[in-house]
Structure formats: structure tokens, C-alpha cells
Ligand binder design. Structure first.
Ligand code: FES
Ligand code: FES
Length: 267
């Protein structure tokens, strides 16, 4: 039907275009939404936007992250997780984003207590940052996908990239390699950090304690037996200061006890 020729429409009143119609309906709806929210007052569009959760989330706040011995001053959105900041802003991609909901442990990093000294202590730059309660984490494994970057403000963080020192692998890394305790490797950074944290708490763990220690980390490739063996060997290395090769040479006794092979079991 041609516009303006609609039956019953008065002469000289042009038929409104679709654009005009939508604009007027949209404007009315915006006013209807704005008025109850503002208790009778009317805000400009900029102010309404300013109040939207999206806009609030985009405001950035200053934080200071201490990662692997380096200090980073960052501006972050309050909704950003520690994992996203590590991966997307500091380019430390060792911690993996797999489930993103505290199920797999691939994003595990070690988070320590707040720094008591150092350049950031008591600095007014953090006045606007909502600081978390002073709980002690003391190098605990944490799911970085479940921790806000804000909560990590001024805490010591260790990622897999920070484990090797002076070009030497950490004993846990060495033991994982020696024991071939990985397949696809997706769980490996988190597993290694979980094992490191376990060995710092329990230098000589039993098999059950190793199981408990890595119970928050899943390996979809099913390399658990080798991971247990690597954890045990790394513990020996850390306690004795010996190399993995030396430890493995005298590992026969406890290996046979912990991991009886079918042939041994039948003896
Ligand atoms: S990505 Fe799976 S627990 Fe964080
Ligand atoms: S080695 Fe593939 S998930 Fe563990």
C-alpha cells in the first residue's frame, strides 16, 4: 500500500515513517524507565548510562600485582579475574583457562600473603581499592579463574613461569619430566604448582596425602600414577638436595611399596 493513501487518513497529514514511529516509541519507553528509577527526577542519557551496571563495571581501579618477583602497577576493571589479567595483560599464559568455574585446576597459581613492606605498603594509590579481608594464604594454590584481580592486590603470586630459577628447573618440574608425568600438558602447570604447595606443607607425603594434595586438579589424560611418582621423587629431591637421577637410583624400595606392579604383586 502506498504511503499517505491509507483509507480514512485526513488529507494533509503525512503518514509517519517507520523511523519516526520507532523513535517516538523508544523515547517514551526510556522516559517510562527513567522516571521511577530517579524518583520523579529526569536524568540525561549520559547519566542513565553512567548508572548502568555495564558502565560501572568498566571503571578501572589501580592495583599492584607482585608476580614471580616482579611488581606490576595495573588499572583493572573490578570484574576481571586474576587469570584474565595474568593471561591477557601480563602475557603469562602458563595458567590455563579450561573450565573457568573452579572445577579443573588448570588455572592454579600460588598466592601468598599481602606484602608487609615494599613500595606499595600504605600508599594512597590504593585508597579506592576494596581490599580483601586479611586472610593468610601463604603460598596456597588458588584457582585464578575464581579470584578477582582486585583480591590479589599486593599479594605475592607465583605462576609456572616463575618456578625455574637461574636456568634450572624446580625439582617438581624436573621430576615431572623425568617421570613423563604428562600427556597433552594442559593440566601440568597447575599440577606442578599444586605438588609444590603440597611438598612445602608436607615434605614427605604418603600416597594418600599426594592424592589429597592434587585432588583439586583434574588430568583428563589420566596420568595420575606418574604424577604420584613424580611428586614422591620431587619430595625426595627437595629433602635430600640430590638430583632426580640419584633419587631414582635408590627409589626401588618405596616405589615397589607404593606402586606394586602386577608381577611384583604376584611374588
Ligand atoms: S579454569 Fe578450571 S578451575 Fe579455573
Ligand atoms: S596431561 Fe592432559 S590433562 Fe593432564
Amino acid at each position: 500500500m502506498a504511503r499517505g493513501k491509507e483509507k480514512g487518513r485526513p488529507e494533509g497529514r503525512p503518514y509517519p515513517s517507520r523511523r519516526k514511529f520507532l523513535k517516538s516509541v523508544g523515547g517514551a519507553a526510556a522516559v517510562a524507565v527513567a522516571i521511577p528509577k530517579l524518583g520523579g527526577g529526569l536524568l540525561g542519557a549520559a547519566q542513565v548510562l553512567e548508572q548502568a551496571p555495564e558502565a560501572r563495571a568498566r571503571k578501572r581501579v589501580p592495583i599492584r600485582l607482585r608476580v614471580n618477583g616482579s611488581v606490576y602497577a595495573l588499572q583493572v576493571e573490578p570484574r576481571w579475574t586474576l587469570l584474565d589479567v595474568l593471561r591477557n595483560h601480563l602475557h603469562l599464559t602458563g595458567a590455563k583457562k579450561v573450565c573457568d568455574r573452579a572445577e579443573c585446576g588448570a588455572c592454579t597459581v600460588l598466592v601468598g600473603d599481602k606484602s608487609a613492606s615494599g613500595s606499595s605498603a600504605g600508599k594512597p594509590a590504593h585508597d579506592k581499592v576494596e581490599l580483601p579481608a586479611k586472610e593468610s594464604l601463604a603460598g596456597k594454590p588458588v584457582y585464578a579463574c575464581m579470584m578477582l584481580a582486585l583480591e590479589a592486590n599486593d599479594r605475592e603470586i607465583v605462576t609456572i613461569e616463575g618456578l625455574a630459577q637461574g636456568g634450572r628447573l624446580h625439582p617438581v618440574q624436573e621430576a615431572f619430566l623425568r617421570n613423563d608425568a604428562l600427556q597433552c600438558g594442559f593440566c601440568t602447570p597447575g599440577m606442578i604448582l599444586a605438588v609444590k604447595a603440597l611438598l612445602e606443607r608436607t615434605p614427605k607425603p604418603s600416597l594418600e596425602e599426594i592424592r589429597q594434595g592434587i585432588s583439586g586438579n583434574l588430568c583428563k589424560c589420566g596420568t595420575y600414577t606418574k604424577i604420584f611418582r613424580a611428586a614422591r621423587e620431587a619430595g625426595e629431591m627437595m629433602r635430600s638436595g640430590q638430583s632426580g637421577r640419584q633419587v631414582a637410583a635408590r627409589a626401588g624400595a618405596w616405589e615397589a611399596r607404593l606402586f606394586p606392579s602386577p608381577s611384583r604383586a604376584g611374588r
